[in-house]
Structures are given as C-alpha cells and as structure tokens.
Design a protein around this ligand. Structure first.
Ligand code: SF4
Length: 196
C-alpha cells in the first residue's frame, strides 16, 4: 500500500468512511489537519487551567505595556504583534486568526477548527464517540471545549452566547484589541473616580 500523503494525514480515508455508511462530504474537508499541530491542540485542552493562568498573566503584562503601544501607535504595532500572535497561537491552538479570540470561553479549544466554524456549541452531527461528523477521526472541538472548560476557573464562560464572527477582523490581533479595550475601560473607571 502506498504511504499516506501529507494531505491524507489526520483524516480517515474517504473510502473507509463510505463503508461505514457515515456521511462523507465530497472531498471530505478542506481543513486537512497537520497531525503535529493536532496533537498540541489536544495537549492545550488537557492543560486548559494552566493556559488560563498563563493567559491572565500575559494579558496583565500586555496591559502594562499600554503606554508603549500608545506611543508606537496601535495601528503600527498591529503587523508585528499579529505575526507573533499567529505563530504562538498557531502552534498551541491551530489558531485561524479570526481576530476575536474566545479561547477563554471554550476550554482552550479553538472553535474555528470546527469544519462548520460554529461558535456556540456543537451541531447535531456529533458522533456517538464524540467525534466530528465531517472529520470522523477528529474529536468534536466542542466536546473538547466542554472538557477543557471543566478544568478552568472561568469555565462557566462557555455558557455565554457568542456573537457571529466579524469577518472584517480576520487576520488582526486579538491581543491588541483586548488590551486597547481593557485600557479604555480602566481609563474610564479612573476618570469616573476622579469626578467623584
Ligand atoms: S478563537 Fe480566533 S483568535 Fe482565538 S485561537 Fe481561534 S481562530 Fe485564533
């Protein structure tokens, strides 16, 4: 038998799936998985609590740098920060750079890895073994999200209803957006306190 090509890794062969009677979309999924990244994704979910702590510390550090981002200009910082964010989150979460990160609400399982890119829970096609109907050898990202969220201190955030993806924010930095918004909130609170 010929060795599996790069494109075949991470997915069951379409022929094998067809024999199970499972729904087999044409050409399976365009989102072929890189097996190495997939393994790291599973690790990230298993260590959701640790990553939650690391993220909170990182967010505080990024907020401390607000004067620097302001001096540079958030717009000008966008390209280099986005490049670093893409690299780091790409390795850890197989991030698709939607620009509106909700990992803290999804047990560190990126919902954009769902072939249907659902951001508010699984579709009705989750298999009995918890795997995806489109990619039968992949655990449903929402099953993983639930498992990850059970470990997190802020795990109840998974119940929050997420807005639809704003496509205009794709390929932009969530880190900078969250920091700018936290800084604006903090400044507003300080101004309010000063007025009293
Ligand atoms: S939710 Fe968006 S920004 Fe966060 S890891 Fe997934 S694609 Fe990347």
């Amino acid at each position: 038998m010929a060795p599996a090509s790069h494109r075949d890794r991470g997915n069951a062969a379409a022929g094998a799936k067809a024999t199970t009677g499972a729904y087999t979309p044409a050409a399976v999924s365009p989102n072929r998985r890189d097996q190495r990244r997939y393994t790291i994704r599973l690790w990230a979910v298993r260590h959701a609590r640790l990553l939650e702590t690391v993220y909170h510390r990182f967010a505080r550090f990024f907020l401390l740098l607000h004067p620097l981002w302001k001096a540079i200009g958030y717009q000008r910082a966008e390209a280099p920060v986005t490049a670093v964010e893409r690299r780091v989150k790409g390795v850890l979460f197989d991030c698709r750079m939607c620009g509106q990160c909700i990992l803290s609400s999804t047990g560190m399982s990126c919902p954009m890895n769902c072939p249907k890119q659902l951001r508010n829970g699984p579709c009705g096609g989750v298999r009995a073994n918890g795997n995806c109907e489109v990619e039968p050898d992949m655990p449903c990202v929402w099953v993983m999200a639930w498992e990850g969220s059970r470990q997190m201190a802020g795990g109840e955030a998974i119940m929050a209803v997420q807005k639809p993806v704003n496509q205009s924010l794709r390929e932009t930095s969530s880190w900078l957006r969250v920091t700018a918004s936290a800084a604006a909130e903090r400044d507003a609170e300080r101004a309010e306190e000063a007025r009293r």
